[in-house]
Design a protein around this ligand. Sequence first.
Ligand SMILES: *Cc1c(COP(=O)(O)O)cnc(C)c1O
Length: 549
Amino acid sequence: MESFDLERLVRPNIAALAPYSTARDEYKGTPGIFLDANESPYDNGCNRYPDPAQKELKEALHRIKRIPAGNIFIGNGSDEAIDLIFRIFCTPGKDNVITISPSYGMYRVAAATNDIKVKEIMLGDGFRLPYNGILDAVDKDTKAIFLCSPNNPTGNSFPMEEMLSLAGKFNGIVVIDEAYIDFAEGPGASAFINEYPNIIVLQTLSKAWGMAGLRIGMAFAQQRIIELMSMVKYPYNINVATRRIALSLLRKGIDAEIAQVKEEREKMAGALACMDMVEEVFPSDANFLLVKVNDADAVYSYLIGKGIIVRNRNSVPGCSGCLRISIGTPQENGRLLEALKLYGTPDAGTLETAGPAGRSARISRKTKETDITVEIDLDGGKESSMDTGLKFFDHMLQQIPHHSGISLDIRCRGDLEVDEHHTMEDVAIALGEAVWMALGNKRGIERYGFVLPMDECRAMVLLDFGGRADFVWDVPFTREMVGDVPTEMFRHFFKSLCIAMKANLHIEAKGENNHHLIEGVFKAFARALKCAVRRDVFKYDLPSSKGTL
Ligand SMILES: *Cc1c(COP(=O)(O)O)cnc(C)c1O
């Protein structure tokens, strides 16, 4: 075959294109007074146009991916990169591309919107790459081959040698979509973009990096391809808010999340394989499992009825009988397994419909002295109730959901005939563990404090979910008992809670009335907790004194 000539592949109208240039592209001095773009001069954090060259983001990606900034394109999701590949290389109504099947549906959609024919080549046995079938399908108007590895929805990766060999034999573009590469072993194809001038590697921040809502996808390729893509894209395709949040999240890393997803994936594969309705769990290098079941439509509908949504791939050629199941948090995965275990049994109807399990936890603790269940949902919306057998303690615990908006259900049967000690200590431990578990990865959580006046009293609570437990208590009671609880037990309660939550907890209160004093502490604690667990992605958005994050 003749050697690869990129310029011959580019559509003539694109090759002749003069890119839109912004006035700020031309100005290279120190930041001055910008009167060039008809922006508003009033700073509100987003009144200026974003950098069309996305220098900061490319630098950040360069540090992570070890790919030079000149070889990186950043788009509004990988979907933008896919569309641009059609617009740059494929003449509507004339050219065609080759995709594998089953694979990601977006290639076909982008082809259709650009009026480009698609030749779909079915994967072989065990979802093998149809190497010869692809080469046989190439004709003089074939401009691109779309591969996806690890492949969606089958989950498997294709051998690198085979993909590179295809690129070596084909005179058009070979796209290798690596949306799931972070969950696979090995570094992927981006190391080969200079050796193979026709390879475009697609990656995304939507999956492992947890930024699906921001819409950032990347293409890695030889510099000229990146130049073409940058020229054709909308100049401001990545907005200011997206850039700021992405820069902040990129700094945090994802090693722990990836490790957990991979571990859960193996656990889930094992557990699913043992179920009666499961015929096959296919090997996966991604954050999902393709699972063949005896009646995909029925299992799918059953799960919907239980509030669990998976992807039904039954009607996709090559995937009949299959569901695609994303790996969730350990709690979410547990809920799925629990629901599947009851499928087809008389007990199935008794299973409670699962709500979003992202920020909830259920802790059951049974010891010689106590039998406790704590259910918590940081996002609220459920009934809260307390039943520990200690009336005054219940009254205090009730302050937590009431003043934090968190749903909290605590049930405890303890050896109150001995004393309050075990009950209060074990409730604290179970509550602390539940908070810790429900918090999950704790992203964006910071230090919080709350000062609360209550009649003649003043209570101050400082709370920081930093992972280290440090406890300060300065609450001088003047009586031995409040209600049915010895006052000394409250120090013990909060200390045990602090250790179990792995939080810094500083509590100080002053006042005359002991009832008000402790109630003020519980209320201030609830308020500090409310702030500390609040989830708000725009918290990442706060500009530093340098004006950027
Ligand atoms: C999810 C996914 C993408 C990501 O698309 P974005 O537009 O970046 O969110 C790309 N390719 C495949 C195969 C996917 O499954």
